[in-house]
Design a protein around this ligand. Structure first.
Ligand SMILES: O=C(CO)[C@H](O)[C@H](O)COP(=O)(O)O
Length: 230
């Protein structure tokens, strides 16, 4: 994990932003650097409105005096800049290490240009060394864990500071080891169909760009046919 790589990726991503846009603000230590830079640009006159993907990011954006909008008042987001816990060459991601996967996926789903920023350590050949975060309704936690077991997933209830971790929506997170995942898209579909799962951290067909800090370089990975989503 390299802080300078995160900063370089964040600064490159922020260069995509221009006045008049609606911007999704990601969550985590890499997104932090983008938010800080956006705050600086706002102070210098950039006119945007932003949608935070977590309460932590909302707080940060408020500290930097970045104007915020209510997601229920907008149709689409122009650009979202967010981090990832793992990504592969197909731009498939595991997210949710910071617990914000639900809002992050909602924001990504209405974003025209989803830009993921990461240091080089996040790139993997196959996803799955990082456990897949699965947000569950507390009532369903045990039932979902059993269903995940049938899919060869070993679920651990996330605990923070000695207590069961609660997301911004008051849900629990199961961190699930599936081993290395051969087909993330199929697994994502299976997870989509488990009753009691609110959302999961496999992000498939959502990222348009991944900007990777590699040493003092930045590399931009795309699917090759990046178009603006409607
Ligand atoms: O998905 C996330 C939060 O839910 C983050 O984007 C992910 O955990 C990466 O965080 P960091 O940039 O701190 O490594």
């Amino acid at each position: 994990m390299n802080e300078q790589e995160k900063i370089n990726a964040a600064l490159k991503a922020v260069s995509f932003i221009s006045s008049g846009q609606t911007i999704g603000l990601g969550t985590g230590s890499t997104a932090y650097f983008a938010i800080k830079e956006i705050g600086r640009m706002v102070r210098e006159g950039l006119q945007i409105r932003a949608i935070p993907t977590s309460e932590a990011t909302r707080q940060l954006a408020e500290e930097w005096k970045i104007p915020l909008a209510n997601i229920n008042d907008i149709e689409t987001i122009d650009i979202t800049i967010d981090g990832a816990d793992e990504f592969n060459k197909k731009l498939q991601l595991i997210k949710g290490g910071g617990g914000a996967l639900l809002r992050e996926k909602i924001v990504a789903s209405i974003t025209r240009k989803q830009v993921i920023i990461a240091d080089a350590s996040k790139q993997v050949e196959k996803l799955g060394a990082f456990k897949v975060p699965v947000e569950v309704v507390p009532f369903a936690a045990h039932a979902v864990a059993r269903k995940l077991n049938i899919l060869n997933g070993v679920a651990t209830l996330r605990v923070k500071n000695g207590s069961t971790y609660r997301t911004d929506q008051g849900n629990y997170i199961l961190d699930v080891s599936f081993g290395l995942i051969d087909d993330p898209a199929s697994l994502a579909k299976e997870l989509d169909h488990i009753t009691g799962v609110v959302e999961h951290g496999l992000f498939i067909d959502l990222a348009d760009y991944i900007i990777v800090g590699r040493g003092d370089q930045v590399e931009v990975i795309t699917t090759g046919d990046v178009t603006f989503k409607a």
